[in-house]
Design a binder for this molecule. Structure first.
Ligand code: NAG
Ligand code: NAG
Ligand code: NAG
Length: 283
């Protein structure tokens, strides 16, 4: 009887021990620690990395919350700054080949000037920009219409493949398949057969590319990757108890995410925590 008690006791202690060790966010079976890169920013959205300068661009809401502000955070020096010269800065994209940073506002697209740390308006569109993303070409979506545009042949035009649909956020893979989201979920337009398929009911709030060009996106519940070859969406990080507003991947592959009031980087600890990972396959 005494032996049994001791055994039971040791089992429960052991169980509790494991539970404690593995409490938190797990990525690739490794427990992460959270590093707050920037606190006290309201609703940071649309994160984009410039890998050349190791600078993160994002937008957030100002006190009266109706005005959006573009900002940068240098991950090497921790230098943070608001970017002046832009009307309602909301969208951010980086051409990592030409090292050009594009910012989107209420009245069009701007380019970031690293010397003056200001935004300079490009006279290319007057549209109210919701999202900007760069993949070989510059893409944007327009609010509130949810129409997608691409810069080609010297001007912006509607993305031909998305002319009949709403697209709030989009990104493009190496095979020119287009992933896009609207209030009905996440969809893929396949280049090979010009067809649109529903991937899942993901409430996407940001797409991003890592330094290798792999695609990630965020929803309020976590971070997902798209494996283009396997045609699979993988929930790489489940984030509980806070709402996720956006995602970027730093140059070493660590996840950076925005919560309602901070920007946080996940860094691996030594602790192994085998975790079931949800996946969705698509066609
Ligand atoms: C989330 O909150 C619940 C309830 O407070 C808690 O039990 C759980 O451990 C928390 N999860 C994380 C990852 O912090
Ligand atoms: C901006 O573009 C419009 C249309 O292409 C043109 O009419 C206008 O002169 C341009 N403005 C400036 C300041 O370049
Ligand atoms: C979202 O896009 C899909 C695919 O094009 C379309 O069927 C659906 O109607 C769109 N949702 C809305 C709310 O427009």
């Amino acid at each position: 009887m005494r032996l049994l008690m001791i055994l039971l006791l040791s089992v429960s202690i052991k169980a509790r021990h494991i539970e404690k060790e593995c409490k938190g966010i797990v990525v690739n079976d490794i427990l992460q620690k959270e590093e707050i890169l920037k606190a006290h920013v309201i609703s940071p959205y649309q994160l984009a990395m410039d890998y050349d300068t190791n600078t993160l661009f994002f937008s957030y809401s100002t006190e009266d919350s109706s005005v959006f502000q573009s900002a940068y955070l240098n991950l090497k020096t921790n230098e943070f700054g608001n970017i002046p010269g832009i009307a309602g800065g909301f969208a951010n994209a980086v051409d990592n080949k030409k090292n050009t940073v594009y910012l989107g506002g209420r009245d069009g697209i701007y380019e970031f000037n690293y010397n003056t740390k200001t935004a300079q308006r490009l006279n290319v569109t007057d549209d109210n920009i919701w999202q900007l993303i760069y993949k070989d070409k510059l893409y944007y979506s327009k609010y509130p219409e949810e129409h997608a545009y691409v810069f080609q042949n010297g001007k912006f035009q509607r993305v031909p493949e998305l002319i009949n649909t709403r697209a709030m956020l989009l990104c493009v893979d190496d095979y020119n398949n287009i992933y896009f989201s609207n209030s009905s979920g996440l969809f893929i337009h396949k280049k090979s057969n010009d067809a649109v398929n529903h991937i899942g009911d993901f409430n996407v709030n940001g797409f991003t590319y890592d330094v290798h060009g792999d695609i990630y996106f965020s929803t309020p519940d976590g971070i997902f990757s798209i494996d283009v070859a396997k045609k699979e969406v993988k929930n790489v990080a489940k984030i509980e108890n806070v709402s996720v507003y956006g995602v970027a991947i730093d140059i070493t592959g660590n996840i950076i995410y925005a919560s309602e009031d901070s920007i946080i980087r996940l860094k691996p600890t030594e602790k192994i925590c085998p975790t079931d990972v949800a996946t969705v396959t698509f066609y």
